[in-house]
Design a protein around this ligand. Structure first.
Ligand SMILES: Cc1cc2nc3c(=O)[nH]c(=O)nc-3n(C[C@H](O)[C@H](O)[C@H](O)COP(=O)(O)OP(=O)(O)OC[C@H]3O[C@@H](n4cnc5c(N)ncnc54)[C@H](O)[C@@H]3O)c2cc1C
Length: 449
């Protein structure tokens, strides 16, 4: 264990690793990544691994466009070991009454820099399907497909009720583990070191960072400390006397085998935009409604169930935040045994063939982690009131897609390079502006799935 480092980063999740990589690219030669767990083993291996530039918040949109630029560059430089694809996100509604709002929102996001919106109403239109692999030479923006026949021509697994489908094009998924390892291994060749250890103290002198203390009692001298502690961002912030405005929410995900092939293997990320009631047989519904403990299963559920095929076998991933659970992180995360069945039933509104699993649920693999987030769902990237102490975190449900953008932004801040126009939107000191804080009361579209 070295006794000094130019930069110490607490947390070797995707955020800390990306910060280390971009600092090494910026010429910093002595970067120590500390983690009490193996790299990329906490939140960063729980994600759905999807990315998109389609965000209603213009600052987030700009950050994501930059992050995707950087991921594409890295993929080109390294031979795409993280299998970045460009299948897109498909937002679908069966409710014609929702289409005007869907178009209005899509136009707004398109105008803010996500790329053009193309509307297709007939089979003769020039809609370009997405490739299964790769990301080159693809359209940006989004394609809006109107009418069930056109939608099902391109996405046959969808319900005949589908009335509109918005295919967001600068989007897809990748292997988060491989992306992280590519950044870590490349960083290692340029001065990044990883050591196991728990940060238990950050020492300061005259308002600036002097060193870090580990659980073993060891001290490491450094003038730059980066808090990339993921769900423990707030706890590590407290080591510096900071009360960071973040909280954590439990989010689950389930993987099933899909031997019936209900979800096509070449599908994009499929998102159901309509609120719904879960499908039950009449006798099941009556029994559930009778018991106060299970009645909620017969009540309205929110929009947002989503799924995608995973890997080259038969696996599919399903996610649906039908209950938001803010809570302090505990490990392992508490799992909701009803989640697999609820997610499957909810998803069947969009993909009717999933009903084939009702009553004979395939064995689910359920896991989960925490979204660490701010009120308005923007991340925290930048300095703190303690000189030499920085943050990269509160990456909520978008930390994989934002990692490269956030890491390169932080590296520019630490090394005093030119900052992009969106930098201020992600700094902690934005909360010092009363007008900004007031705006938060009316911040309703976080863009989070
Ligand atoms: C169910 C789910 C689905 C998701 N889907 C997506 C998606 O599709 N796309 C997307 O972009 N994002 C997604 N995310 C979000 C994404 O996974 C996170 O935003 C991201 O992984 C956060 O990375 P991180 O590096 O900040 O945190 P982490 O990966 O949690 O890393 C933090 C690290 O800090 C270490 N640490 C903490 N305290 C200390 C200490 N005192 N000393 C030493 N080490 C410490 C921890 O051990 C940990 O390794 C999803 C998340 C979940 C839970």
């Amino acid at each position: 264990m070295p006794k000094t480092a130019e930069v110490v980063i607490c947390g070797a999740g995707i955020a800390g690793i990306s910060a280390a990589y971009y600092l090494s690219q910026a010429g910093v030669e002595d970067i120590l990544l500390l983690d009490e767990r193996p790299p990329l083993s906490l939140t960063s291996d729980r994600s759905t691994e999807c990315y998109r530039n389609w965000w209603p918040d213009p600052e987030m949109l700009a950050l994501m466009n930059r992050s995707i630029d950087l991921m594409e560059k890295l993929a080109d430089e390294t031979g795409n070991p993280f299998h970045m694809n460009r299948r897109g996100y498909l937002y679908v509604t069966a409710d014609p009454g929702r289409i005007p709002a869907m178009i209005e929102r899509a136009k707004r996001i398109s105008n803010r820099g996500a790329g053009p919106l193309r509307v297709h109403t007939s089979e003769a239109s020039a809609y370009q399907p997405a490739p299964v692999e790769g990301f080159h030479d693809q359209p940006v923006g989004a394609d809006l497909l109107l009418g069930s026949a056109l939608i099902r021509k391109h996405f046959p697994c969808l319900t005949e009720q589908a009335a509109a489908a918005l295919h967001v094009r600068r989007a897809g998924w990748l292997s988060a583990q491989q992306l992280g390892m590519t950044l870590l291994e490349t960083g290692r060749r340029h001065g990044v070191r990883f050591e196991a250890g728990r940060v238990t103290g950050v020492e300061t002198e005259g308002g600036r960072v002097r060193g870090v203390r580990l659980g073993t009692g060891k001290a490491i001298h450094t003038r730059i400390f980066i808090n990339a502690a993921g769900p423990f961002l707030k706890d590590v912030g407290a080591l510096l006397g900071l009360d960071l405005p973040v909280f954590t929410e439990l989010h689950l995900k389930v993987a099933f085998n899909d031997p019936l092939g209900a979800v096509e293997r070449d599908a994009p990320l499929l998102i159901w935009e309509d609120p719904q009631s879960l499908p039950w047989e009449p006798d099941e519904r009556a029994a559930l409604a009778e018991d106060p403990e299970t009645r909620w299963l017969t009540m309205p559920f929110p929009a947002g169930a989503h799924t995608r095929p995973e890997g080259s076998g038969q696996s599919i991933l399903l996610l649906w935040e039908y209950q938001t659970k803010p809570m302090s992180p505990v490990w392992p995360p508490p799992l909701d045994g009803l989640y697999p069945e609820i997610a499957l039933r909810g998803m069947s509104a969009m993909i009717p063939a999933l009903r084939g699993y009702f009553g004979r649920l395939p064995r689910p693999q359920l896991d989960g982690g925490y979204y660490t987030r701010t009120r308005e769902n923007r991340p925290l990237v930048g300095g703190t009131p303690v000189e030499g102490a920085y943050l990269i975190g509160a990456l909520s449900g978008y930390g994989i897609m934002a990692a490269c953008g956030a890491g390169s932004l932080l590296a520019a801040q630490v090394t005093g390079r030119n900052l992009p126009a969106y930098a201020g939107a992600f700094e902690l000191r934005r909360y010092e502006d009363p007008a900004y804080v007031q705006q938060l009361e009316h911040w309703d579209d976080s863009g989070q799935l």
